[in-house]
Design a protein around this ligand. Structure first.
Ligand code: ADP
Ligand code: NI
Length: 219
């Protein structure tokens, strides 16, 4: 089984080689390590959790739209390595349930899925999460911030995905919501620290952005 995990790591290294917009392989490897850590705490199957974490973005809609519905990349990898169909089905289910879809997000039906979803969401918040958001926004040519664009509220999956607004809005539309969407106890504790750091960052960001205006008003 360790061999299979090593093969999955090598597979995702090649799959994500070209992407620097927040979906580079380092994201997948962090999600893998965090998910396995959470699995230990939760008594989840570490191999299923690890494989699902390694393959969770292999058919991501932004990265591989053609295989997103069928999960062909993940399924072919598992079948080629002789993984039993029942296990392939369990892993595919986890991958299908993992992603953030605004108000259409789902609570995973397995404890392994909860660990992977929490790990993926933990990587979207805190210092790394901030960096990923600005890297993603930059890769799409989006503004860091535009005070004229208000953030959306309670967006459904389709509206959330179609959003083109500034990166600061992404904090309100996704990142600040994640702390209260964690499934496992250990992830909730980690998320609280990361959420606090992120809120402090945004407060400072907005202070600096508005500094000249505030100074002028106070004179
Ligand atoms: P994940 O792999 O964590 O499910 P996504 O595929 O939704 O995340 O996005 C990859 C990274 O880019 C995440 O860190 C996410 O928060 C960030 N991101 C996604 N959409 C936006 C956006 N509209 N603006 C800024 N960052 C974004
Ligand atoms: Ni991910």
């Amino acid at each position: 089984m360790t061999e299979l995990t090593e093969a999955a790591k090598a597979y995702v290294e090649t799959l994500f080689a070209a992407d620097a917009g927040g979906h580079d392989v380092s994201h997948t490897l962090r999600v893998y390590r965090t998910a396995v850590f959470l699995a230990e705490h939760e008594g989840a199957d570490p191999v299923i959790t690890g494989l699902a974490a390694l393959l969770h973005d292999a058919d991501d809609i932004k990265l591989s739209p053609g295989t997103h519905a069928s999960k062909t990349n993940a399924v072919s990898f598992l079948r080629e390595h002789g993984v039993p169909e029942e296990t392939v089905g369990r892993i595919v289910k986890i991958i299908e349930e993992v992603s953030f879809r605004g108000t259409d997000s789902v609570v995973p039906s397995s404890v392994e899925g909860m660990c992977v979803q929490d790990a993926d969401r933990l990587d979207a918040i805190g210092a790394v999460g901030i960096a990923r958001a600005f890297a993603y926004g930059g890769s799409k040519g989006r503004k860091m911030y535009d005070p004229a664009e208000p953030p959306g509220q309670a967006l459904d999956g389709e509206t959330y995905r179609a959003r083109q607004s500034c990166t600061v809005n992404h904090f309100y539309e996704k990142l600040f919501l994640l702390k209260d969407m964690m499934n496992t106890g250990a992830a909730k504790r980690l998320a609280e620290d990361r959420d606090r750091f992120m809120r402090a960052f945004l407060k400072e960001f907005l202070c600096e952005w508005n500094a000249f205006i505030v100074d002028k008003e106070n004179r």
